[in-house]
Design a protein around this ligand. Structure first.
Ligand SMILES: *[C@@H]1O[C@H](CO)[C@@H](O)[C@H](O)[C@H]1NC(C)=O
Ligand SMILES: *[C@@H]1O[C@H](CO)[C@@H](O)[C@H](O)[C@H]1NC(C)=O
Length: 192
């Protein structure tokens, strides 16, 4: 390579990389002033939205999950999800690693692999949280989901929260067919 091309190549590459990476960080906002410690504790998956084909096929059968968020090392969060499937309780955990922007995390899925991001878009900490997840590579690449977590299995303000989530999902480009509100089964997610 001729002397003098190097810096241009490097610059072009940097610009290209910056161009590829900025959307991931800046195009989506997070809950301003996100307080990670207030996000800890138990949540229930009340609503989901996705346009993935498998989701469209399975959504009628999905039931509410319990998620427990605890603080892990180095600013990470441990998210442990429990739900009832067929005849048994299924539990798995993943580690949400901080990206430097509060409310924005990266994680790898156990078993399936691939890189994912989670952004907490809006939360009041004691009733609900709405966030999005997306896969940046791996088997789920391009998968984009919106979720509604609630502190209670059967929130008093259920109607308002559902409507809030519906308009949030619409704002993310999802249609009514992409949205599902999950029912509680009780099994596996009720604490003793
Ligand atoms: C889901 O929506 C995204 C963004 O609008 C689109 O690129 C993708 O093709 C859609 N997937 C399906 C299965 O419709
Ligand atoms: C997360 O917490 C669960 C439940 O306490 C535990 O079994 C799991 O090992 C933890 N995972 C990590 C990565 O810390």
């Amino acid at each position: 390579m001729a002397a003098g091309n190097g810096p241009w190549m490097a610059l072009a590459l940097l610009t290209l990389l910056a161009g590829l990476q900025t959307p991931a960080l800046s195009e989506v906002s997070v809950q301003p002033n996100f307080k990670q410690d207030q996000f800890l504790g138990r949540w229930f998956t009340k609503g989901l939205a996705s346009n993935a084909t498998w989701f469209q096929e399975k959504k009628a059968k999905l039931s509410m999950c319990k998620s427990v968020v605890t603080a892990a090392e180095d600013g990470a969060l441990n998210l442990t999800v429990t739900y009832f499937r067929d005849t048994q309780c299924i539990t798995w955990s993943l580690l949400l690693e901080p990206t430097g922007t509060p409310g924005h995390y990266r994680y790898n899925k156990p078993k399936w692999g691939g890189n994912h991001e989670l952004l907490v878009r809006e939360t009041d900490y004691d009733q609900y949280a709405m966030f999005i997840t997306r896969s940046t590579n791996g088997p789920d690449e391009g998968l984009f989901m919106a979720m509604l977590y609630t502190r209670s299995q059967d929130p008093v303000a259920k109607k308002e929260l559902n409507e809030k989530f519906r308009s949030f999902a619409h704002s993310q480009g999802f249609t009514d067919e992409d949205i599902v509100f999950l029912h509680k089964i009780g099994k596996c997610i009720d604490d003793q």
